[in-house]
Design a protein around this ligand. Structure first.
Ligand SMILES: [Zn+2]
Length: 409
């Protein structure tokens, strides 16, 4: 990362040791901080984690806890500073423990001390210390595995480019494992209750989905390894380079192959959400609306126009809830939402319907060329709706202010 690029944290290294039985975690985060101005302090949300010690530039320092925030004084030194935070705790959210596994879900700062703003992208690496028979996956590429005493192993993973902290994650457990090749990439599947053949059966369309998304985005799959972890329950959570998917969402594929939305949705986030990330949560429709639309677009190609129309009907019904509740706000609404269901009706459903409306307004060729332009131009960046509009207008023969004003602003 360019040294003059920003002030603030530009790199996290986490070292964690989950305790499956105690449902707890012990960790140390090393954050590299670049100060360009005289900044007196830096703060992190604690989310109930207990601090064991903090060092700045290898010296132990006294910190403060104020309103659930860890406040670390800095001595206004310009340049790079190394902040090391040791902690432990039983996270209330952010980690799901099973009898012989653990995985992370939204959001990262519940189990790893970090800044949770989506617009900040940083380097990331993680060491996970687990029992010998555990398999791990984490954000980025697998680097190494080293013995840690007699019973434990340290698995090291490292991201290949800066990403937002809310999509850093890991899973570790006594998983069954399967994999398939796609060009130079590896598609890997981990299961808690499924064996190798069951994993390959349920995820068999993944390669086809990757090709579809690569073609529509104009950008190759961002990692050479993409892992899907199949766990009990109804989770669907994207993280960089992998996703965790619940059996409630995936198993229906066996009786109806068209029940493939969760695989596609989380996979699509590898582009829209992870590679291109909303600059602030007011822009999160750029993550979710585009992704929900991509599920419908994939269904159209895979299963035909009727499958696209059916998906759009479901989305319309969800959006209708917002209209019925008199809460039809713009996609970039900055206020409070009365609840999660209405927020999803706008951000996910209205967002996807806007993509469909834009597709009709622009025509097939211009629309997809705009999507490619937007994606390719903004790889690795934090984005706002104006950048999406700019790319779509570039591809269109006309200004799109009217339709953007109607839906987005
Ligand atoms: Zn999503």
């Amino acid at each position: 990362m360019g040294k003059s690029a920003r002030a603030g944290i530009f790199s996290y290294h986490a070292e964690i040791q989950p305790d499956i039985l105690a449902k707890s975690i012990r960790g140390k985060v090393t954050a590299l901080y670049l100060s360009e101005r005289s900044i007196q302090k830096v703060s992190f949300p604690l989310n109930g984690l207990v601090i064991d010690g903090v060092q700045v530039n290898r010296r132990s320092i006294t910190t403060q806890i104020l309103d659930g925030q860890l406040i670390i004084p800095l001595k206004a030194i310009l340049g790079k500073q190394i902040i090391e935070i040791s902690y432990h705790g039983i996270p209330k959210r952010g980690l799901v423990f099973g009898p012989n596994y653990v995985y992370s879900v939204f959001f990262t700062c519940n189990w790893m001390i970090c800044d949770e703003a989506p617009g900040i992208k940083t380097d990331f690496s993680i060491d996970i210390i687990v029992p010998k028979k555990f398999i791990t996956v984490a954000s980025g590429d697998f680097i190494s595995k080293k013995s840690e005493g007699k019973k434990l192993v340290r698995h090291s993973w490292k991201e290949n480019r800066p990403y937002s902290s809310y999509i850093f994650g890991f899973a570790a457990g006594e998983f069954k494992s399967a994999s398939s090749k796609l060009g130079k990439s590896e598609l890997r599947y981990l299961g808690v209750m499924d064996d190798k053949s069951s994993l390959l059966q349920k995820f068999k369309d993944t390669a086809r989905m990757v090709k579809f998304l690569e073609q529509k985005s104009g950008v190759p799959l961002p990692h050479s390894l993409y892992t899907q972890v199949l766990v009990p329950g109804n989770v669907a959570q994207e993280m960089t380079s992998f996703s965790v998917l619940g059996k409630d969402f995936i198993d229906p594929i066996l009786t109806n192959p068209q029940e493939d939305w969760a695989i596609l949705h989380e996979l699509a986030h590898q582009w829209w959400g992870n590679l291109l990330t909303c600059k602030s949560w007011e822009q999160v429709w750029l993550n979710e609306g585009i992704t929900v639309f991509m599920v419908a677009a994939y269904k159209e190609e895979r299963w035909g126009k009727a499958a696209y129309d059916k998906e759009m009907e479901i989305i319309k019904k969800r959006y209708q809830r917002a209209i019925d509740a008199n809460f039809d706000v713009p996609l970039t609404y900055k206020g409070e939402y009365p609840g999660l269901q209405l927020q999803r009706a706008i951000v996910y459903s209205k967002g996807a319907l806007f993509m469909d409306a834009l597709r009709k307004e622009m025509g097939e060729e211009a629309f997809w060329s705009g999507v490619q332009k937007y994606t390719r131009t903004n790889v690795g960046r934090s984005v706002v709706s104006q950048e999406f509009q700019k790319a779509m207008e570039w591809a269109s023969s006309k200004k799109l202010q009217v339709i953007f004003d109607k839906w987005v602003y």
